[in-house]
Ligand binder design. Structure first.
Ligand code: GLV
Ligand code: MN
Ligand code: MN
Length: 416
């Protein structure tokens, strides 16, 4: 079978059978037939299929399976109550038309690494667990890492209940429809207290590793990042009869704000993206009454991020005054800078024979958990750097190198 989302096989290489089989089984779930991208959104049918897959993988291996109060899935080797567990995993949900690797590579590699540990005859002295965190991308309800944020106490049950998707369905209702109890969600300090170290393997979302001879790297830090909703309120009117000088067109203000965001980010060495937009009434021959644009912004430090977003907001308001458009800005989420635990990070780099250590601009459950437990990440080389797109890819040899690296790390952390 050839497929551009399959890890690319190198001639003569015998791929890890368990990795291959798992990858093949996951591949069709939630894949859109026309775009080839993944639409695995929280609490949908595709999400349920991914969850069923995770559970089946756990049970096939004789692992202890559990779902926590926030819908995160866990597979245990050893006694969870013993504490100081070594945990690995990632997520299975996707952004709209996402790639096959962001999330699933970490989950599949976790099971494959466990298989490798077993085939090595390794004997863990500590409990090991694999995890699939729910709703990491926030594609449906707008907030990323909902499963890990809830567990870590960084999102309250009330805040989560208030989240709504684009159709107005609340997170609580969506959970209920999927057979989960939304009243049970909330902080889970007891479960997190069982974890001695959490290691998330992830495809790299850039090309830093591609510029080295290394297929696997270790994360140093995650840039602070957040999402802001910009509402541009104008006045609906006829596109054919309203004189230009009489218009209050929020599309103009929005367009200028997009350009300003790019300029401010470039000047500050930051990132700013309007990747999602909603328009009302959304008619070809009507001036919009409302444009709603979501800004995703990230920077090397929190001060720079605050300055960039502040400047973008100022630019929007100033332009709005010229256009007769009122601008309101709502911060929908914010994740502070994450500096991964230095001891664990250095230990991983040592276990992997001097793997490169690199920062990332992408958010992860590992970043959320890092406030509660020692956390680290492994990145697998991405030859194009493309991510959050169906074109995301990695070479099969590199994926298998990732599995071996993760197995080495788990063995180093849990077996000695
Ligand atoms: C998650 O992938 C994010 O960085 O938004
Ligand atoms: Mn992602
Ligand atoms: Mn991810």
């Amino acid at each position: 079978m050839t497929d551009d989302r399959e890890p690319v096989a190198h001639p003569g290489h015998r791929p890890g059978a368990s990795f291959h089989e798992m990858w093949r089984d996951l591949l069709p779930i939630g894949r859109h037939t026309e775009t080839g991208g993944y639409r695995r959104y929280a609490w949908t049918g595709a999400d349920a299929d991914c969850r069923a897959w995770f559970r089946a993988q756990a049970e096939t291996r004789g692992l202890g399976y559990e779902e926590d109060r926030n819908g995160n899935q866990w597979a245990w080797l050893g006694d969870p109550a013993a504490g100081d567990a070594v945990v690995t995993g990632s997520h299975l949900d996707s952004v709209p038309d996402g790639g096959a690797f962001d999330g699933p590579l970490g989950v599949v590699s976790s099971f494959a690494a466990l298989d490798e540990l077993r085939s090595r005859g390794a004997r863990p002295a500590k409990p090991l667990a694999l995890v699939n965190f729910g709703d990491e991308e926030g594609a449906r309800f707008g907030l990323a890492c909902v499963g890990s944020r809830l567990s870590a106490g960084q999102l309250s049950a009330e805040q989560a209940h208030a989240l709504r998707d684009g159709d107005g369905v609340s997170l609580a209702r969506a959970m209920e429809r999927a057979g989960y109890d939304p009243e049970a969600i909330g902080p889970d300090p007891e479960r997190l207290a069982r974890i001695g170290a959490f290691v998330e393997l992830h495809i790299e979302q850039g090309r830093a590793l591609d510029e080295t001879a290394h297929p696997v790297g270790v994360a140093s830090a995650i840039w602070p990042h957040g999402r802001w909703r910009f509402d541009f309120h104008g006045e609906a009117n006829h596109a054919g009869t309203t004189r230009l000088e009489d218009r209050r067109d929020p599309m103009l203000t929005y367009a200028n704000t997009v350009l300003a965001a790019r300029k401010k980010a470039r000047t500050a060495g930051a990132l700013a993206t309007f990747g999602k937009v909603g328009v009302e009434p959304n008619g070809v021959n009507a001036i919009a009454s409302l444009v709603r644009g979501w800004l995703d912004s990230r920077a090397p430090d929190e001060e720079t991020l605050a300055a960039v977003v502040g400047e973008i907001e100022r630019a929007a308001v100033e332009r709005g005054q010229r256009d007769g458009v009122e601008v309101t800005v709502t911060r929908e989420s914010f994740t502070p800078v994450v500096e991964f635990a230095h001891g664990l990070r250095d230990e991983l780099a040592r276990l992997l024979g001097g793997a490169p250590v690199l920062p990332t601009g992408a958010g992860h459950d590992a970043g959320i958990l890092s406030a509660s437990v020692p956390t680290a990440m492994l990145f697998v080389r991405n030859p194009t750097g493309v991510s959050h797109s169906p074109a995301e890819t990695a070479a099969e040899d590199d994926c298998l190198a990732g599995v071996t690296a993760l197995a080495d790390v788990l063995e180093g952390l849990a077996c000695h």
